[in-house]
Ligand binder design. Structure first.
Ligand SMILES: C[S@@+](CC[C@H](N)C(=O)[O-])C[C@H]1O[C@@H](n2cnc3c(N)ncnc32)[C@H](O)[C@@H]1O
Length: 336
C-alpha cells in the first residue's frame, strides 16, 4: 500500500476499507518536547506509546501468543462466552474500538452483532497504521461486507472522529490497555469518551485483576516482552535520531504491590551519555539507572467501577474467567 503524507491522508484500498489520519501525530503524543520532559523526570520515563511502531506492533502480536502472557487468551475466552449477551443488551450499535491492535478478539463481537442485528459498522482507532491494516484483514475475514473505518491517531483524535457518528454506540477498549495509562492519561481518556458519546451509549472495557506476583512477573518477563521493551529504544533512535545502544540496557519488569501494578523499565548497564540529535537534547545515565517504559495496572472490579461512575459510566454487567483473574466490564453512560 502506498504511504501517504503525514497530516493529510486518507487511504482507501478498493471499497473494502478506509484508513484515515496521520501516521505521525506529532502535535500530540510523538512530541519531542513531551519526550524531553518525561526523560528529565525522576525516575526518567518515556510514554508507552513508543512501544507501538511497526516492529512493536508485530512484537505485541507475538507476545499475545506467549504461554505466560495469559491476558490475551483469557480475555478471548471470556468474550467467546459473553459476546452474544453483550449484543443482546446493547441492541444494534456502531462499534468503536480504542487501541484496537489487530482486532483479533473483536471478530468475536462483530460476529455476535452480525448474527443478532445484521451488518454492523465498526471503527478502529490505533496509533499504528500497519496494525490497522491487519485489523481490517481480520475483521473483513469474518464479515466481508462490513464497512471498516480505521483511524490512525491517539485515543483523543479517534474519539473526536466518533463524535460525528450518528446512532447508538458501543465503545470498546480491550487488552487491559486502560491499565497502561497514568492517572492523567486515564482522566483525559474518560473525559473525551464522555464528551464523544451520548446518553445511553455503552462502554466495554477489559481489565486485568490483581493477582500473585509469580504469574504477573512471568507474563512480562518472557523473551518477547524483553525484546519489545528494548525495541522502544530503537523506536526513539529512528524517530528522533537518538543514539541508544540496545546492548547497553537490560529489561526489568517488577510487581509493585503497593501501587498494584507491574512496571517495566530499561536499566542502563553502564555510565553513559545519550544524545537525541533531532531534539538537541543530551542526558547522562548512571550504571543501574532505570527508565520507566510502561505501567500495567492491576485493579479490582469495585474500585474500577467506582472510578468510572465518577465520569458518568454506570456498571451494567461484568464477566470474568473461572479464576477471577480478568474481567470484561460493560458500562452505560448516564447523564445525571
Ligand atoms: C496493549 S495493546 C492492545 C491491543 C488490542 N486491543 C488487544 O487487546 O489485543 C494497545 C494498543 O493500543 C495502541 N495504542 C497505544 N497507545 C495509544 C494511544 N495513545 N492512542 C491510540 N492507540 C494507542 C497500540 O498501538 C496497541 O495496538
Amino acid at each position: 500500500m502506498a504511504e501517504d503524507h503525514p497530516g493529510t491522508a486518507a487511504v482507501a484500498t478498493g471499497n473494502k476499507y478506509e484508513i484515515i489520519g496521520s501516521d505521525v501525530p506529532e502535535e500530540t503524543l510523538f512530541n519531542g518536547d513531551l519526550l524531553v520532559a518525561s526523560l528529565s523526570e525522576s525516575p526518567r520515563r518515556v510514554n508507552s506509546v513508543y512501544y507501538y511502531d511497526d516492529t512493536g506492533s508485530l512484537l505485541f502480536e507475538r507476545l499475545c501468543a506467549e504461554k505466560t502472557y495469559y491476558l490475551f487468551r483469557t480475555e478471548r475466552d471470556i468474550l467467546a462466552e459473553c459476546a452474544k449477551t453483550i449484543a443482546g443488551i446493547t441492541g444494534s450499535a456502531f462499534l468503536v474500538e480504542l487501541g484496537s491492535g489487530n482486532a483479533e478478539k473483536t471478530t468475536l463481537l462483530i460476529e455476535a452483532y452480525a448474527r443478532s442485528h445484521g451488518l454492523t459498522s465498526y471503527a478502529a482507532v490505533d496509533i499504528n497504521r500497519s496494525i490497522l491494516e491487519r485489523a481490517a484483514e481480520n475483521i473483513l475475514s469474518v464479515s466481508p461486507d462490513l464497512n471498516f473505518l480505521g483511524v490512525v491517531g491517539t485515543y483523543q483524535t479517534g474519539l473526536a472522529e466518533v463524535k460525528n457518528l450518528a446512532g447508538p454506540k458501543l465503545l470498546i477498549c480491550l487488552g487491559s490497555t486502560i491499565g497502561n495509562m497514568h492517572d492523567d492519561e486515564l482522566d483525559n481518556l474518560l473525559l473525551s469518551a464522555r464528551s464523544s458519546l451520548t446518553h445511553g451509549d455503552y462502554f466495554l472495557v477489559g481489565i486485568d485483576l490483581d493477582k500473585e506476583t509469580k504469574m504477573l512477573e512471568a507474563a512480562y518477563n518472557n523473551q518477547t516482552a524483553i525484546l519489545a521493551n528494548l525495541c522502544v529504544l530503537q523506536h526513539l533512535n529512528w524517530r528522533f535520531g537518538a543514539d541508544f545502544q540496545i546492548f547497553q540496557f537490560r529489561h526489568v519488569s517488577i510487581h509493585n504491590k503497593q501501587l498494584c501494578r507491574m512496571e517495566s523499565y530499561l536499566e542502563s548497564t553502564i555510565d553513559q551519555v545519550i544524545n537525541i540529535k533531532k531534539l538537541q537534547f543530551s542526558f547522562r545515565l548512571e550504571r543501574g539507572e532505570l527508565i520507566l517504559t510502561e505501567i500495567m495496572k492491576k485493579t479490582e472490579i469495585c474500585e474500577f467501577s467506582n472510578m468510572l461512575s465518577r465520569y458518568g459510566f454506570r456498571r451494567v454487567q461484568h464477566w470474568t474467567d473461572l479464576q477471577k483473574g480478568y474481567a470484561l466490564m460493560l458500562f452505560r453512560l448516564v447523564y445525571s
